[in-house]
Design a protein around this ligand. Structure first.
Ligand SMILES: C[S@@+](CC[C@H](N)C(=O)[O-])C[C@H]1O[C@@H](n2cnc3c(N)ncnc32)[C@H](O)[C@@H]1O
Length: 566
């Protein structure tokens, strides 16, 4: 750690002074040195760079950030690659004392096809021109091989080359469209398909079915796709909060407010997690995915750049479609991050997503809406009755956290929450003492036996109950300790005590927080307790309640609910 800091400080110092002249570098030596580094598997930078061979008498190191690539698929950066770098700048990195060309935004690099004589002429780089087969059929076959092997970037490159060789060959456009669908470049796919059809593809190859192609493109992808749905809500300016979401009519609790497909999602397991913690890894992956998606779908620029980035004053700046402002996208992805966490066997999977419409919800700990994530699709439901023109909130942090912890986590967004729960907690003199007791008990619980948990838990329960003497609602810590006790009683098969605790929890939680997944789980636990005492009617009532809280009440024959509680 110290070594890394020293390196960073040293590079900072160098970057503030004038650059030092350096000796010419020999291309072959450099290539050898990078290839040696590539042998060292842990140096991912070297692996990436070893693909590059140098043709000039001098060598410059380029560090390109924010590219989404896979190490086993680096064809797009090989010895043949010619690129134009827009607005390059020189920097000393913390890794070496040699200046490198730094590129932050993927849209600052234009990859040039060496077979594109016209373009090379235009940029006065004729000498790089390489005579390549002009047979569009050959190129089509080569591209198709790449496509079959999942190398979509290279396939696209070759289809474009083929189109340049023979712009009147319609199937190339259709194949290009299919490849674009695989990479998520929907708009370019649509444009290419339209061009192909314009060139007579339909007459030549039969009816062209864009929808079938889209379905085909999804076969190997475990990504959900839905059309976005917007219910009775709208985006509006909210004094003191920027923009937010308002109800356009009276809404009953349980109603569906919107369904959104993530613009981008990053998963921790897709990243080299040795370097970062899982949460940071998923966030970094999400930033790269959002840049890639925006590069593929430039017409969505406005939607993304309109999102809150932490500074309301600079929002008016119009960024042209196709330009990736990497720093801005990183800020947007951070402030509007929707995270989720899942444990699968031993694997802990974090995901970070960027959603468009849901990013406009402002925060309240005691919110009136609840989000459910299904992969990279989010459904938002009302969890309280909401009046027309009332603001609708989602919680940015877990409302079951203690008040100080919630405030600490919310400080990232630089506002103070004034929801009913925060107002109550901030005025509650016993709040800190009570949270301390609960935190200590949680620690104790980790290693204690169920019997010990009950013995100690009863004492703590008494004190926590007393601490709430002057408060009538939202006694969340009391509910939490009762949940802990109910689980210990259950483990000791003392079902009547378990039932007693759960019944009290559910009375205490008769507020919007009952829609939390952890509370509907308790209804299911209680139904098991009732069933084991042959109280079938009560048991069924509990299942019914859990269904309502999971927004499954109006769904056909329990199908969805069974997925949640098999
Ligand atoms: C994800 S954005 C929400 C949409 C944002 N208000 C906008 O104008 O686009 C998060 C930002 O909204 C503002 N915000 C959210 N909830 C708030 C609240 N309860 N009170 C004040 N500002 C809030 C904060 O500036 C926060 O950093």
């Amino acid at each position: 750690m110290k070594e890394k800091l020293d390196q960073a400080n040293e590079s900072e110092r160098l970057n503030h002074g004038p650059p030092k002249p350096r000796r010419n570098r020999n291309a072959d030596e450099e290539r050898m040195s990078w290839q040696m580094r590539a042998l060292n598997q842990s140096d991912s930078r070297a692996k990436f760079s070893a693909g590059i061979s140098f043709m000039t008498s001098d060598v410059e190191e380029v560090i390109a950030y924010n590219f989404l690539y896979e190490f086993y698929n680096l064809d797009w950066m090989s010895s043949e690659t010619l690129m134009i770098i827009k607005e390059p700048w020189l920097r000393y990195t913390s890794q070496s004392k040699i200046l490198s060309l730094r590129v932050d935004s993927p849209s600052d690099i234009i990859f040039v096809d060496l077979a594109d004589k016209e373009f090379l002429n235009k940029i006065a780089a004729k000498k790089w021109f390489k005579e390549i087969s002009k047979d569009a059929e050959v190129l089509r076959n080569k591209a198709y091989d790449c496509f079959k092997n999942g190398n979509f970037e290279k396939a696209l490159f070759l289809y474009d080359r083929g189109i340049r060789c023979n712009p009147e060959f319609p199937v190339l456009y259709l194949n290009k469209a299919l490849t674009c669908l695989r990479t998520g470049a929907f708009y370019i796919a649509y444009e290419a398909a339209k061009l192909g059809m314009g060139k007579g593809a339909e007459q030549k190859y039969g009816k062209y079915d864009f929808k079938a192609m889209l379905l085909e493109s999804k076969k190997e992808r475990a990504q959900l796709d839905v059309a976005d749905y917007t219910g009775p809500i709208k985006i509006a300016n909210i004094p003191g909060k920027g923009r937010g979401i308002l109800a356009t009519k009276n809404i009953q609790k349980g109603a569906l407010l919107c369904v959104s497909k993530a613009f981008s999602t990053g998963y921790s397991k897709d990243y080299d997690t040795e370097l970062f913690n899982a949460c940071v890894a998923s966030q970094m992956q999400n930033e790269l995915k959002s840049m890639k998606n925006l590069q593929n779908n430039p017409q969505r620029s406005k939607e993304i750049y309109d999102l809150y980035s932490g500074d309301l004053t600079t929002r008016n700046e119009e960024i042209p479609a196709g330009v990736i402002d990497a720093a801005l996208i990183q800020r947007i992805c951070t402030i509007n991050r929707f995270g989720s966490y899942k444990k699968e066997d031993k694997d802990e999977i974090y995901s970070s997503s960027l959603f468009i419409l849901p990013s406009y919800f402002n925060h309240a700990c005691l919110a009136n809406a609840y989000r459910t994530n299904f992969g990279d699709v989010m459904a938002v439901h009302a969890i309280d009755d909401i009046k027309k023109d009332d603001e609708i909130y989602l919680p940015y942090v877990d409302p079951f956290l203690s008040y100080p912890k919630r405030m600490e986590e919310l400080s990232r967004w630089k506002f103070t929450c004034h929801c009913k729960l925060c107002e109550l907690d901030s005025k509650d003199k016993n709040c800190l003492k009570r949270n301390k007791m609960w935190e200590e008990f949680k620690e104790y619980q980790k290693t204690a036996t169920p019997k010990d948990i009950i013995a100690k838990g009863k004492q703590v329960l008494k004190k926590i109950r007393e601490s709430y003497a002057n408060r009538n609602e939202l006694k969340i810590v009391l509910a939490q300790i009762l949940i802990a006790l109910s689980s210990a009683y259950y483990q000791l098969s003392n079902l009547s005590k378990c039932t007693q605790c759960l019944e009290e929890v559910l009375t205490l939680m008769d507020n919007p927080l009952k829609y939390d997944l952890r509370v509907s789980d308790l209804y299911m636990n209680l139904s098991i307790c009732y069933a084991s005492e042959n109280k079938w009617k009560e048991g069924n009532q509990m299942i019914d309640k859990a269904m309502e809280l999971r927004f499954c009440k109006d769904m056909d024959n329990f199908k969805h609910f069974k997925l949640l509680y098999p």
